[in-house]
Design a protein. Structure first.
Length: 225
């Protein structure tokens, strides 16, 4: 349901305009035109536009003007989470607990929605990760780690779940865990569980995949420092 009361303090005039004009997928009117239509000053509109841009709802380019973007929950969460981590990096552990519950709860629904192309991509990610682990020099397959987890949940028709998960991986990088090695044996063990997860998805043994998911998350939580 869209809030339609212009006097509601819960949403700005500009955000309300975006919500009530979903058909405006191309460039939006100029600030002057919007100012007249919405009955607010250009200066006030600029402030609201900056908020919308920070939330990832629009992009502003010098030559092409303002364009709405597809809705994503991730930018808002990333902004807040980045602030929290700046206050105290211990907030990462709290957010990690939330992420664990999300992946666990949505596992069955997510994996049953994956396509054959998705499964092949997951297999390719596993192969690429082990190539890095067994290369010379050894590389930490962080990009593969992020891609694998997000791909597993990518078919959920839920922008809030995906926004929360995307924000987790940004925070993971912000606190430096993408650079964490923990030794070759540790990485091989973690990726052994990843391989089990993907194999279980591909053969339809989703319970085994969930077990591998939760075991490897517990292992990561108790990793050597």
């Amino acid at each position: 349901m869209i809030l339609r009361d212009r006097n509601s303090p819960e949403i700005s005039e500009f955000l309300r305009y975006l919500a009530l004009h979903p058909e405006a997928e191309t460039n939006l009117p100029t600030l002057s035109e919007l100012s007249r239509e919405l009955g607010i000053s250009v200066a006030g509109l600029r402030e609201q536009l900056e908020v919308a841009r920070a939330l990832g709802l629009v992009e502003v380019r010098p030559r092409t003007g303002t364009r709405r973007l597809s809705y994503s929950f991730a930018p808002a969460v990333k902004q807040s989470l980045t602030y929290a981590l700046t206050l105290n990096q211990k907030y990462f552990q709290k957010y990690s607990e939330l992420r664990t519950h999300i992946e666990n709860i949505y596992w069955d629904e997510a994996v049953t929605l994956l396509t054959e192309d998705d499964k092949r991509e997951l297999q390719d990610i596993i192969a690429a990760a082990f190539d890095k682990l067994r290369g010379n020099p050894i590389q930490v397959p962080h990009e593969e780690h992020r891609r694998m987890h997000l791909l597993i949940y990518s078919r959920l028709d839920n922008p809030f779940v995906m926004g929360l998960l995307e924000a987790y991986w940004n925070a993971y990088e912000a606190v430096g865990l993408n650079m964490y090695a923990g030794g070759v044996d540790y990485l091989e063990t973690i990726w052994g569980y990843h391989k089990t997860m993907v194999e279980s998805i591909c053969n339809g043994n989703y319970a085994a995949g969930r077990k591998a998911l939760m075991t490897h998350i517990d292992l990561f939580a108790s990793r050597p420092l």
